[in-house]
Design a protein around this ligand. Structure first.
Ligand SMILES: Nc1ncnc2c1ncn2[C@@H]1O[C@H](COP(=O)(O)OP(=O)(O)OP(=O)(O)O)[C@@H](O)[C@H]1O
Ligand SMILES: [Mg+2]
Length: 359
């Protein structure tokens, strides 16, 4: 099912929770809604489900406007953060429940419940009550129950947030597998960027109810449209600094040091409209103790994250995060020379926050 959202706004009294959202999700795609708490993710999917009404704009399924279609007629499967399984029913009856509401016959119900149980790999748990299941198993039951009606759209609102870190990673690839197997159009809400980056075809970044960027996971990382997206995507987060640029003098000044502007590819689009710039440098886009030395740095602190170390480095008074392989430097090393990967720098209009590539 193809999903189109056009100029959608949703209000709670005077408060605008979703503000002029446009979005096209193609049939069979998994799209994540990603953004900080309160940015309008749940409101958006509740409106797709028909639980909230739009103040403005419209939603279409396969080019048919559904704004006046009742929630139960929209043919949507939904899974929430707390699963909301029926505690007094066993797993079989939980999954069967939507089909019983539809008055399907016994044989049909049995076949379909078994098919779903098999798909989400809980065949051996059908007689248990929800309280006798682990978090991950409950979550599989909730997915099976959402899918048993053969919905055309699956809406998942932070379905993994009650699980521990390892199980979350396991379950997210399970969700991806099931979604691909059924080829079902899916909207996945999360505030976890790693989760979104790992399972999505495309990602929507929301802030204050407004769309910031709708793009492929890699593009969000490589070409963030503005400072908000640049800061939000990437862990450890990007370094952002004021910089000075003069085309006439062929100068890019970073950390009080003049570099040759024409060495830097990403800044070919200098506009008269931009008065001041900020530069964004990802922690892995510095080069430590290599040939292209630009700056001297002093290591102030380091944090180990397994295969990498995050160095907190002082460059001319600026505090910079740099990621290096864990075994690059001895623990005693304090003074380092620093270069940068010249084609990776991102430049932003300091006033609007826009990436100058898109300005
Ligand atoms: N029923 C409601 N009445 C009034 N305001 C609401 C209602 N539901 C949501 N809001 C407000 O709308 C904004 C968006 O809420 P929403 O639940 O969509 O955020 P979210 O992105 O899902 O956040 P979270 O990550 O915390 O779940 C918030 O500021 C919230 O307080
Ligand atoms: Mg929410």
């Amino acid at each position: 099912m193809d999903l189109k959202i056009e100029n959608l706004s949703v209000k709670f009294k005077d408060f605008v929770a979703v503000d002029g959202l446009n979005l096209h999700v193609k049939s069979g795609e998994l799209v994540s809604l990603l953004g900080p708490s309160g940015c309008g993710k749940s409101t958006t999917i509740f409106t797709i489900a028909g639980i909230h009404k739009a103040a403005n704009g419209s939603i279409s399924f396969n080019d048919k406007v559904i704004d006046n279609v009742d929630p139960e007629k929209r043919n949507i499967g939904m899974v929430f953060q707390n699963y909301s399984l029926y505690p007094h029913m066993n797993v079989f009856d939980n999954i069967a429940f939507p089909l019983k509401l539809q008055k399907k016959d016994k044989q049909y119900i049995k076949e379909n419940v078994l098919y779903m149980a098999n798909l989400v790999k809980i065949e051996e748990l059908l007689k248990r009550k929800p309280s006798e299941l682990s978090g991950g198993q409950q979550q599989r039951v909730a997915i099976a129950r959402a899918l048993v009606k053969k919905p055309e759209i699956l809406l998942l609102d932070e379905p993994l947030s009650n699980l521990d870190a390892k199980l979350r990673v396991e379950m997210r690839s399970e969700i991806r597998r099931i979604q691909k197997e059924l080829n079902i159009t899916t909207i996945f809400v999360t505030h976890d960027q790693e989760e979104a980056l790992s399972i999505s075809d495309k990602i929507v970044i929301l802030k204050d109810g407004k769309l910031q960027q709708y793009d492929l996971p890699n593009e969000l990382y490589k070409n963030p449209k503005n400072l908000f997206v640049a800061n939000f995507i990437g862990n450890p987060s990007i370094n952002i600094f004021d910089c000075y640029i003069s085309k006439e003098k062929n100068v890019l000044n970073i950390f009080d040091k003049n570099l040759k502007l024409d060495d830097f590819k990403n800044i070919d689009k200098i506009s008269e409209k931009v008065n001041s710039y900020k530069v964004g440098i990802r922690p892995e886009d510095f080069v430590v103790n290599a040939n292209n030395k630009y700056f001297d740095g002093k290591i102030m602190d380091r944090e180990n994250i397994g295969k990498d170390s995050i160095l907190k480095v002082d460059i001319n008074g600026a505090k910079v995060k740099i990621v290096v392989p864990y075994d690059l430097l001895s623990l005693e090393t304090k003074d380092i020379s620093i270069g940068i990967k010249k084609d990776r720098l991102l430049f932003f209009d300091a006033e609007t926050g826009e990436n100058i590539k898109f300005a």
